[in-house]
Write a protein that binds this ligand. Structure first.
Ligand SMILES: Cc1ncc(COP(=O)(O)O)c(C=O)c1O
Length: 435
C-alpha cells in the first residue's frame, strides 16, 4: 500500500540530515513530559520543582515596577551591559556574603537564570567528548545542557554527606588514564536537586583539596543555599577557595524564577570569556528584570521574605516526611533534607520507578522517576519527590496515594510470585530512612 505523500511528511522530520550533530543529544526532559499529567487538578504533583511564590508582596512589586517604568522606562527597557548592570552586581555581592563569599561586582556576570550560566560555562569549556564529573544523582537540566555540548558525563558516588572526595579522585584518574580531558566537576553542594543532600563542611574541604591537587575546576551550582531549613546557610565552596571554583547563583528560588536573573562568579580570565559568550548568545541579560530585582532588594525586607520562605518550606518538608513515615513500605528508604525542595526515595529491591509511574498516576499522584537524574541509566529504584509547591495537606495526601500505588504493586507481585510474601514487604512500617 502506498502512503500518501502528505502523511509521510508529517511523520518524518524533513530536516533530519541538516541538523548539527549536537542535537542528537537533545532529549525531552522527563520532568516536562510529566507536566501534562502532573498539572491535572485531581493529581497531587510531587513532580515539579516550581517554587511557591504566592506569598511574595505582589502589591509592593506592582507599584515598584510601575514607578520604575514611569521614572526610568527608556533606560530599563533598552539594551544594557553584557556583564549585567553594576547596581545589581553590587547587591549580589551582599547576597553572597551570607554564604561567606567575598567578591567584587567586577568578578561576576548576570545570566538569564543560573541555567544560562551553566550553558555558557559548558560552551566555554567543553569540546565533544570532554569529561564532566557530576554527582550521583544530579540535576536533570544540567544533564541536558552537558549532552547538548556532547560532553561525556561521569557520575561520582555520593552518600548522606554529599560527594565522596575519594570517588572524585578515582573518577578523575580513571578518565585521564583513558585519555580523556576532565574539564570540570559540577556539584550542587546545598540540598542537591534531586537528592536533597547537603555536602558536609569536612567534605567541602577535602573536595577542594583534591580538586587543587588534581587541577580540576569546580562548578558550584547553588540555587538553594539560602533555603536551609534546619541549619544556617553553609559556607559556599567558593568562599573556601577562590581560585578553583566557578560559582552559579540565582534569584529563582529566593525570589521568583520568572525574572530569569542568575549570575556567574568566576576567575577574571574565565569571566572575560563568559561575557563574550553572553554577548554572542543574548547581547545582554534582561535589563528590565535586573532593575526590578534591584528595586526589590533595595526597598523590601528580602531577607525577611527568605526567612518566610524557609518556614513555609519547612512545614511542607515536615508534611512529606510524616507522610512517608506513615505510608511507605518496609524496605523503602528516603533522604531527610535539611533544606531545598526535594526528597530522594529508594524503592524496595526489585521495584522500578519508571514502571510504577503509570500506577501512581492512576492513584492521582505524580513524581519524577530516578533515571532522569542519571546519564547512564541508573536510578531505576529511585524517585524524586518535591515538597515545594503543593500545600502540606496535599503533600501528605500525595504520599498516602503513593503508598497505595506501591501496596497495589506489592500485592500484584506477591500474587504472581515475584516477591516472597514472607519478606518484609508490608505497608506502614517504612521508618528506615537515611539522612
Ligand atoms: C540545581 C539547579 N540548578 C539550576 C537551576 C536553574 O535555575 P534558574 O531558574 O536560575 O535558571 C535549577 C532549577 O530548578 C536547579 O535545581
Amino acid at each position: 500500500m502506498t502512503v500518501p505523500e502528505k502523511r509521510v511528511e508529517t511523520r518524518l522530520d524533513p530536516y533530519v540530515d541538516v541538523y548539527a550533530q549536537r542535537t542528537q543529544g537533545l532529549r525531552v526532559s522527563a520532568v516536562r513530559a510529566l507536566f501534562a499529567v502532573a498539572n491535572r487538578p485531581e493529581v497531587v504533583s510531587l513532580a515539579g520543582g516550581m517554587p511557591n511564590i504566592t506569598d511574595l508582596p505582589l502589591d509592593v512589586l506592582g507599584s515598584v515596577i510601575g514607578d520604575l517604568i514611569k521614572s526610568r522606562g527608556p533606560q530599563i527597557m533598552n539594551y544594557g551591559s553584557g556583564q549585567g548592570e553594576e547596581r545589581i552586581r553590587e547587591q549580589i555581592c551582599e547576597v553572597m556574603a551570607l554564604e561567606k563569599v567575598e567578591a567584587s561586582p567586577d568578578d561576576l556576570m548576570i545570566s538569564c537564570g543560573s541555567q544560562q550560566g551553566l550553558d555558557l560555562v559548558t560552551r566555554t569549556f567543553i569540546d565533544p567528548g570532554d569529561v564532566i564529573l557530576v554527582e550521583s544523582p544530579t540535576y536533570v537540566g544540567a544533564l541536558g545542557t552537558f549532552s547538548s555540548y556532547q560532553a561525556q558525563v561521569v557520575h561520582v558516588d555520593t552518600d548522606e554527606d554529599g560527594l565522596i572526595p575519594s570517588a572524585f579522585r578515582a573518577a578523575t584518574i580513571a578518565a585521564r588514564a583513558a585519555g580523556r580531558k576532565v574539564k570540570f566537576l559540577y556539584t550542587i553542594p546545598n540540598f542537591n536537586n534531586p537528592s536533597g543532600v547537603m555536602m558536609s563542611i569536612v567534605r567541602r574541604r577535602e573536595l577542594l583539596e583534591a580538586a587543587k591537587e588534581l587541577d580540576v575546576v569546580i562548578v558550584e551550582d547553588n540555587p538553594y543555599g539560602l533555603l536551609a531549613i534546619d541549619v544556617p546557610p553553609q559556607p559556599a565552596l567558593r568562599s573556601m577557595d577562590g581560585g578553583q571554583v566557578i560559582y552559579l547563583g540565582s534569584f529563582s528560588k529566593t525570589f521568583a524564577p520568572g525574572f530569569r536573573v542568575g549570575w556567574v562568579l568566576a576567575p577574571p580570565a574565565v569571566l572575560k570569556k563568559l561575557v563574550l559568550a553572553q554577548e554572542s548568545a543574548t547581547l545582554c541579560p534582561p535589563v528590565f528584570s535586573q532593575f526590578a530585582i534591584s528595586e526589590y532588594l533595595a526597598n523590601w525586607d528580602w531577607q525577611g521574605q527568605v526567612e518566610a520562605f524557609r518556614s513555609m518550606y519547612r512545614e511542607r518538608r515536615d508534611a512529606m516526611l510524616r507522610g512517608l513515615d506513615d505510608h511507605m513500605p518496609a524496605g523503602a528508604t528516603w533522604t531527610r533534607p535539611k533544606g531545598g525542595f526535594f526528597v530522594w526515595l529508594t524503592l524496595p529491591e526489585g521495584f522500578d520507578s519508571d514502571q510504577l509511574s503509570a500506577r501512581a498516576t492512576s492513584h492521582r499522584v505524580a513524581y519524577v522517576p530516578g533515571t532522569a537524574f542519571y546519564a547512564d541509566g541508573l536510578g531505576s529504584r529511585n524517585m524524586r519527590l518535591s515538597y515545594c509547591f503543593p500545600t502540606p495537606e496535599r503533600i501528605y495526601e500525595g504520599t498516602r496515594r503513593l503508598g497505595e500505588a506501591i501496596a497495589e504493586e506489592i500485592e500484584l507481585r506477591t500474587t504472581f510470585g515475584l516477591v516472597n510474601p514472607k519478606s518484609a514487604l508490608s505497608v506502614g512500617h517504612g521508618r528506615e530512612s537515611s539522612s
